[in-house]
Design a protein around this ligand. Sequence first.
Ligand SMILES: NC(=O)c1ccc[n+]([C@@H]2O[C@H](COP(=O)([O-])OP(=O)(O)OC[C@H]3O[C@@H](n4cnc5c(N)ncnc54)[C@H](OP(=O)(O)O)[C@@H]3O)[C@@H](O)[C@H]2O)c1
Length: 235
Amino acid sequence: MRVGIVGTGKMGGEVEATAAARGHAVVWRLGSKENSGGSGLTAERLSSADVVFEFTTPAAAVQNLLALAARGSRVVCGTTGWSKDLPGVMEAFRRGGGALVHAANFSVGVRHFFELATRAARLYAPAGYAAYLVEEHHAGKRDAPSGTARSIATIYEMEAGRPLPVTSVRAGTIPGTHRLVFESPEDEVEILHRARSRGGFAKGAVWAAERIAGRAGVYEFGELLKEAEALLEGR
Ligand SMILES: NC(=O)c1ccc[n+]([C@@H]2O[C@H](COP(=O)([O-])OP(=O)(O)OC[C@H]3O[C@@H](n4cnc5c(N)ncnc54)[C@H](OP(=O)(O)O)[C@@H]3O)[C@@H](O)[C@H]2O)c1
């Protein structure tokens, strides 16, 4: 695939390395200077890429996504902190005929964490355990709580019928840690996901880009994973 990258920060760099390692050609990358308000997403630039990765900031993502949608691009967006604008972005992609895969977390390990959190909430909440989540990220992360923490909190609330207290830590260079704890007077149970690097996020994002080749529509990463699991199981 010919790949374009919007956002030349930590994740943009990681995606570039992962895409190249899988044999894809990175044909352009756009930083904030060349792309104020999405102005760098020209028809000419977009026609030279089969897929565009968007890893920028909550403030920039929506403008970029609307510009990409209007040009009918295929996009993998991992930027977090813009979920309130998701309905408008989805509508724009449907109108433009392109494709979007979005996720607050492209790590397969975190996806399985979501399944464990669902099951754990079903078991421990009715048994009287109190629950909380602590998430830790590097000092430069702009949104808090993380998109992943919000997803886990939503899962918990749906299963347990009450909100999940969430604490965010921003320090140093932590790639991303989520610790869901259930506690009673007698014992404590923890589910922990600790990203060792950004490699897992980039791998998932590149895999998602490969899955949407030739397709239109809007997908959350988990839907694509479920689709692939069903294929493997012959369902
Ligand atoms: N979904 C996942 O699996 C996952 C995993 C990790 C991180 N994330 C999210 O991905 C996003 C990026 O993370 P990161 O660690 O790469 O952050 P980062 O290192 O701060 O990089 C963000 C980059 O976006 C650039 N940017 C800002 N506005 C832009 C625009 N209009 N056009 C092009 N580039 C623009 C910034 O450029 P300047 O420096 O010039 O401003 C910066 O280089 C964050 O929202 C983070 O939460 C998602």
